[in-house]
Design a protein around this ligand. Sequence first.
Ligand code: FAD
Length: 421
Amino acid sequence: MFRCGSFDVVGVGFGPSNLALAVAVAEHNTTTPGERLSARFVERQSTFGWHRGMLLEDATMQISFLKDLATLRNPVSPYGFLSYLHDRGRLIDFINYGSAFPTRLEFHDYLEWVAGRFVDDVDYRTTVTSIDPVPDASEFLDIRTSDGATMRTRNVVVATGLAANLPDGVVPGERIWHTRDLLTRTDRPVDPRRVIVVGAGQSAAEAVDHFHRRFESAEVWAVFNRYGYSPADDTPFANRVFDPGAVDDFFGAPPEVKQMILGYHANTNYSVVDPELIESLYRRHYHEKISGRERLRFLNVSRIDDVVASRDHVELVLESMLDGGREAVRADLVVYATGYRPSDPCDLLGDLTGSCLRDDAGRLSINRDYRVATDPALRAGIYVQGATEHTHGLSSTLLSNIAVRSGEIVQSIAERTSALV
Ligand code: FAD
């Protein structure tokens, strides 16, 4: 079954990255109606949703509201956060709120507000299963979806986001979760007496905080191999690593300098925690010590092993990496806050992977315009948002640069499309 002819661009996934792309296409079509691009998006969720399982009350964004879907590319965009606030009648209230960091709940509402303007351009509840070459028409790609349909397009933008990381051998279930499902799962009627949270990053600390507040008589144990939580570097000079200009610097840098930048500034994003949350957890821990009723425990330089879930509890072994001591423990719930990894675009590229060029380390070669470098015989464009940290730097998996990045992708597609005419 062919769906509605062919498109200039099909976006795989409709999270913030491709939502920003939809905005950039809409604004391009308004400003240059003679070079209109047709776009369609495919999203496996039933409706727009951005990390719904982690929309914890009070959790705030880690970027300024000005790094929304459009403002850095077009400060007068009708799709910017300020237009949203104005539309919702909260512009003045937000100014009085006095912070550049909205809650994740509010930012989600903003993203939904923008996504609501593109409902006719998205196939929800639909998973892209493969992206295939078109025999005898190398300027096209066929996008195959779970409903058996095929969409023909000149360009595809793969923005399939992050996949949850679990240690080898861990199988999620009713009593073993990844933080990705934190809220969706806790809405179920469980009343745990002991919860173990594994990990030392932002999601881990948020999960510890959440369980401790939500289950007032539960013990919450944080298990991690660090000595303590490390603070996220949100200081202004370090923050420049997320600037649009930093993408040019990173892209042009020699491989060893790229590695150096990723290493030096990993603590802006990876395995780090908002300092206010660290302080708050420590104070609560200390107050519990005073009261003599310690529900919150921090088991540092430790790991868990031999995790076996049964119907009503989880048995596991807690191991101290300091002295090798092992202790058998029972918990009602084990929650892994073990992070995410960018999903691999090659999972969808099937026969096309042979046409994609690779760097010396075997990773996809990606041009500055986010287009995968391919054999020149393939004239269709494969673009990637997200899985480009090795080429475009630390902002790749984040929201910081999505307004500018999506504009650059649209510009590249528009230029290649008009060159064909
Ligand atoms: P995603 O948001 O993951 O969206 C990808 C979409 O693709 C999903 O909707 C998925 O369902 C869909 N999809 C995947 N495969 C297919 C398929 N085969 N077919 C169809 N659809 C598919 N970054 C920041 O800069 N600031 C923050 O404050 C911030 N907070 C975060 C909080 C949490 C809890 C987490 C987990 C991450 C956070 N991040 C933050 C980083 C995060 O990666 C980005 O916020 C953002 O999600 C990237 O958007 P995306 O569209 O690239 O990916």
